[in-house]
Design a protein around this ligand. Sequence first.
Ligand code: 8YV
Length: 328
Amino acid sequence: MSPPKILITRAVFPEVVERLARHFDVESNQDDAEWSPAELAARLQGKAGVLTTGSVRIDAALLAACPDLRICANMAVGYNNFDLPAMTARGVQATNTPDVLTETTADFGFALLMAAARRITESEHYLRAGRWKRWRYDMFAGAEVHGSTLGILGMGRIGQGIARRGAHGFGMDVVYHNRSRLAPALEAECKARYVDKDELLRTADHLMLVLPYTPGSRHAIGAAEIARMKPGATLVNIARGGIVDDAALAVALRERRIAAAGLDVFEGEPQVNPALLACENVVLTPHIASATVATRRAMAQLAADNLIAFFEQNRALTPVNQVVVATK
Ligand code: 8YV
């Protein structure tokens, strides 16, 4: 019997392509070409599986155009690029890459928090521009991180990693808000206290966003929420663009209603709101929170593991929907 055909939509580590080629008939976009939805649909014809990333949308129209597709393996923990109800309705298995990126992403959340609160990129631009002539008592004086109050919105695995870093590493008082409360033992381990969203906004010196993007979390932080934050607060978004109203944030940053922000994700990325680009008090990075070599490799291998397990053992390792998997 000929092996199942799979498509890899974006360039990945060559060893992952080679590994998949030992199990499947593989077509891979190793040139990282920008495929239109129509081209993606054409490439997916006859494919039973796809390894893809968060930047590639797989919606109901695409699924309808690709009836042979049985599994979509995302190389990301988030899967808002998938129309999950449409996949489930069509019996298409969806998988993600949890756990392997938790600590790396939590590290990056702290890197952005430190860079924003301590004004690292802003001061580097100043130095590189040749403007550093002498010491001044308040030059780039930022906000204290150790011992301050860290607020976390969204308390999944990455949120918990951030809480541990804050509480154990920086002696921070950690408060969080989430759809559901953590079990008491986990709360104690993270040294995190559950509060309602209003208290979170009002008490956090630094607010970290780590919640999944859903229609319900769109603009979870908009003008009204920013207005409730402390004047000297820092906002960090390592979750998804669209959770923050970027236009409202740019106004607040420009008017110094909050002190600073660190953003790894944006509404409409890779486009970035020009009003944000114009603000000095924001650290901007191109969606790289999981980008260490080891973690990106682990993500790609886990996505590949899911494809292999699905076709060879009739099960997905890290499924995000429940479908009836046909036996071979
Ligand atoms: C990915 C991410 O790099 O895992 C996620 O949810 O946002 C990132 O780690 C991005 O989605 C590309 O797949």
